[in-house]
Design a protein around this ligand. Structure first.
Ligand SMILES: Nc1nc2c(ncn2[C@@H]2O[C@H](COP(=O)(O)OP(=O)(O)OP(=O)(O)O)[C@@H](O)[C@H]2O)c(=O)[nH]1
Length: 372
């Protein structure tokens, strides 16, 4: 009698490998919700697994000299227990803990049925394999070992108490009855694993996006952009390559915010981002460096070409008007610094561009200044 479960990373494994006590209430609520989702995901596979398992065990029990109570227990375990287990987990204040208990009950009953079948070879091996699969899939080696210990203990105690004779040999008819479970269960487990892997890959992609991109503009955030700049610096040093770095700051941005409101300020930031992305090459690495400041890494580009590219951006900006505030004339100041092999770190490169930007601001704004 089997069930298929794959653990989700929010609930089960966190419970199993240790939980933080001091987490805020909303995180606890989130955890509780995801634990309930986990218990709900277990429900249907448990219904199917235990129902199909019922026939495997029954095909052997009919050959055993056992009382009617065993049959009652088998029916209860096969057809009532899954619904009861779901209710217990769903209503529990800690659904993950309740589900662990349910899994241990599954392992315990697995051991009981192995004993009741006189350790009949094929159904017993099926029970051990499937319980092992579930437990290791949910809680790794630790839960697998716990489950195996519970299953073995239940089997030995039942054998000892009930004096059930061994009945090791599986008859061909019993093999056929076990066949649906033998085939369906691993395929279903594979499907659940596949879906879990797809979900995890999607989560990973979203996390990558969150950790590397600026939430408003979608270009790289400062931390990641600086990381890429560091990589570019190393490449230039190692392979004697050339690259130019630009820092771009919107002029009088504070007054745009103050006069027209932050919504218009945000629109201006988005418009600058779009201009940079559309006018520059796709290989140029654009990042949002701060509030109204952007950085661009132009790999393999000499300073003169970088300045030419930036002049094109400024020309486009000159003719552009924000739809929500057409009176605003967006203008930027730009500091340009070409890579220099004398530089001792990427920060020095960044500093050179920053000094050039400062020069552009001081010289009246709306200008492109190169580092000395
Ligand atoms: N709307 C909006 N404003 C922002 C955002 N991030 C930062 N700011 C504002 O941008 C302004 C930055 O202004 P500064 O760069 O210091 O000054 P400035 O007015 O641009 O002056 P100069 O750079 O010297 O021309 C501040 O008022 C910040 O509050 C944002 O995401 N949206």
């Amino acid at each position: 009698m089997f069930l298929i479960i794959m653990s989700d990373d929010h609930g089960f494994s966190r419970w199993f490998y240790g939980r933080s006590k001091d987490c805020p209430t909303h995180l606890n609520e989130d955890r509780h919700r995801s634990a309930r989702r986990f218990a709900r995901r277990v429900y249907l596979p448990r219904v199917i697994g235990l129902a199909t398992g019922f026939f495997c065990v029954a095909s052997v029990l009919v050959m055993q000299p056992l009382s009617g109570w065993w049959w009652l227990l088998l029916v209860a375990n096969g057809f009532i227990w899954p619904h009861f287990a779901w209710q217990v987990a769903d209503r529990s204040s800690d659904p993950v803990r309740a589900e662990i208990r349910n899994l241990m009950v599954d392992s315990f009953m697995g051991g009981v049925w192995i004993a009741a079948m006189g350790i009949n070879a094929l159904p017993s091996a099926l029970i051990v394999a499937m319980m092992g699969m579930n437990n290791i899939g949910c809680g790794g080696v630790k839960l697998f070992v716990c489950g195996l210990a519970v299953l073995s203990g239940a089997c030995v105690v039942t054998l000892g108490l009930m004096h059930i004779p061994l009945n090791l040999e599986t008859m061909p008819s019993q093999v056929w009855i076990c066949m649906p479970l033998l085939i369906i269960y691993p395929i279903y487990y594979g499907l659940v694993s596949y879906r879990t892997a797809i979900k995890l890959a999607e989560h990973k992609r979203r996390l990558m996006q969150l950790s590397t991109r600026d939430g408003m503009t979608g270009v790289y955030n400062r931390r990641h952009w600086e990381h890429l700049l560091h990589g570019e610096y190393e490449n230039c040093q190692r392979y004697q390559r050339n690259a130019t770095l630009l820092l771009i700051d919107i002029d009088h941005f504070k007054s745009i915010n103050d006069t027209f409101g932050h919504d218009v300020g945000d629109e201006a930031i988005l418009a600058i981002t779009e201009h940079l992305q559309l006018t520059l090459r796709v290989t140029d690495v654009v990042g949002r460096f701060g509030g109204d400041e952007f950085g661009v890494i132009m790999s393999g580009t000499p300073q003169e070409s970088a300045i030419q590219a930036m002049i094109r951006v400024c020309e486009h900006l000159d003719t552009f008007r924000l739809p929500c505030a057409p009176q605003v004339n967006l203008q930027v100041s730009v500091g340009v610094a070409e890579f220099d092999h004398q530089m001792t770190s990427y920060r020095e490169w960044l500093k050179a561009a920053d000094v050039a930007l400062y020069k552009a601001k001081n010289a009246g704004r709306g200008r492109i200044e190169a580092a000395a």
